[in-house]
Design a protein around this ligand. Structure first.
Ligand code: FMN
Ligand code: SF4
Length: 410
């Protein structure tokens, strides 16, 4: 099932010089954009909706619907923004950099088409500050696109104009959360805003803003060029297209793999990533990063897709697949996860500021008992209900699933 499918995000991986627009154009680049500029924005949104593409940043929100909301929101002087979330802060996630390092024009093409659908005039790529190679490539690609008429006034003679700029993140996990990211882009401290309103209605400087992840934008040119029917042939009923899976842990070949949605964990580990390293046995995995879910071997045959994982109480998240072997110490892993949330909590609200510290203190207890498990789960549920932003909700899933599957390790 996973052998014959078109690659999308990594279709030019290793085949072109990422700094060369000539290489990009000679390998199918800008075909989608040129087609898009001859179509109406509404028809493109309709096609993206029909394709079934969902956001690849973690939440899996339907992309066409977000474009529809953003283009339909009333905007002062018709000003709308497009923002690419390239902060990539989720532990175990290292896929967006693959696109930016190997095919930066693809991201820009996806952003220009998306901007056209909502008639945005200005866009930003918000990149993690330590991603030096990505920053250099995107900067270079933006400069060349201006020189060649793909950015700026009257793009490709279409009458449509769009400006694109770059902004750097400063290492805060919370700044990957879309509303906090917008605060940071506005030059303010990275504190979250209360949702609603969502960015589609009130985003950057209070104006409608389309925020999508790098991988999400990289799918747009394919859908426009080949049509939504072609795109939706890939994947499962509820999860269309390909996905970048970031495989880490003690498997033979760790790395980023572009595969159709719906591949099973067994296929991913044993067929694609070469199986477990010698001397290690598969025990489980952490799916979706620190804010994700632990799973055990009963998940090996479950298709990795939004709907199938949700049915079993798990999540795909950003695509992080951290493999746990028989020698992995889950107690240490949980200490690391809860220390991470404690460190990244911005401190604005009490349930998360105090809660993350209390959870961290409790997990460090030498021997946890049933009372500790109950207390930690209750505390995490309380944080889900009372925290101001999604970061305070993040410890809930890893705590509940580690207790469910690996209680004895704690
Ligand atoms: C604490 C936190 C951190 C996040 N970090 C990222 C990130 O680094 N990159 C990303 O694309 N989305 C991140 N998200 C998700 C974004 O808020 C948002 O859902 C995403 O940018 C929307 O794009 P998409 O629909 O294309 O997935 C984060 C969310 C939370 C709550
Ligand atoms: S939930 Fe945590 S990160 Fe979010 S506002 Fe409250 S303290 Fe800050």
């Amino acid at each position: 099932m996973y052998n014959s499918f078109p690659k999308i995000s990594l279709q030019r991986f290793g085949k072109i010089n990422p700094q060369s627009i000539e290489d990009y154009s000679a390998n199918g680049g800008f075909v989608g954009l040129k087609k898009a500029l001859s179509l109406s924005p509404e028809s493109i949104i309709d096609s993206i909706e029909k394709s079934g593409l969902k956001g690849r940043g973690g939440a899996g929100f339907p992309v066409g619907l977000k474009q529809k909301y953003t283009s339909g929101s009333s905007a002062e002087n018709n000003i709308r923004f497009v923002v690419c979330n390239a902060d990539e802060g989720e532990p175990g996630t290292f896929k967006d950099r693959m696109i930016m390092e190997t095919d930066p024009f693809l991201l820009i093409e996806g952003m220009i088409i998306s901007a056209y659908t909502i008639q945005a005039t200005k866009g930003f790529v918000y990149i993690r500050g330590e991603y030096y190679a990505s920053i250099e490539n995107i900067k270079n690609a933006i400069k060349i696109c201006y020189e060649k008429g793909f950015l700026g006034q009257n793009i490709c003679g279409s009458g449509y104009s769009f400006e694109l700029d770059i902004a750097l993140g400063a290492g805060s996990y919370l700044c990957g959360e879309e509303l906090t990211l917008l605060e940071s882009l506005e030059g303010k401290r990275g504190y979250p805003r209360i949702k609603p309103p969502f960015p589609a209605e009130k985003g950057l400087w209070g104006l409608p803003t389309l925020v999508n992840n790098v991988e999400t934008f990289s799918h747009i040119p394919f859908i426009v060029e080949k049509g939504h029917e072609e795109y939706s042939k890939i994947g499962t009923e509820g999860s269309k297209g390909t996905k970048l899976f970031c495989v880490s842990g003690n498997v033979t070949n760790t790395g980023v793999y572009e595969l159709p949605m719906g591949i099973t964990l067994k296929e991913l580990i044993f067929d694609i990533a070469g199986g477990m390293k010698e001397g290690f046995e598969f025990k489980g995995a952490l799916l979706g990063g620190a804010a994700g879910t632990f799973i055990d071997s009963s998940f090996l045959d479950v298709p990795l897709a939004y709907e199938t994982l949700k049915e079993k109480g798990a999540t795909l998240g950003s695509g992080a697949v951290i493999i746990i072997d028989d020698k992995t110490n889950l107690k240490e892993m949980m200490i690391s996860i809860l220390s991470f949330f404690k460190h990244e909590s911005c401190g604005k609200c009490v349930p998360c500021r105090i809660g993350t510290t209390l959870l961290y203190e409790r997990i460090k207890k030498p021997q946890l008992n049933e009372n500790d498990f109950l207390w930690m789960q209750t505390q995490a549920s309380y944080m889900v209900k009372n925290s101001l932003c999604p970061l305070g909700q993040s410890p809930d899933l890893p705590i509940k699933t580690v207790v469910k599957f690996f209680k004895n390790d704690l």
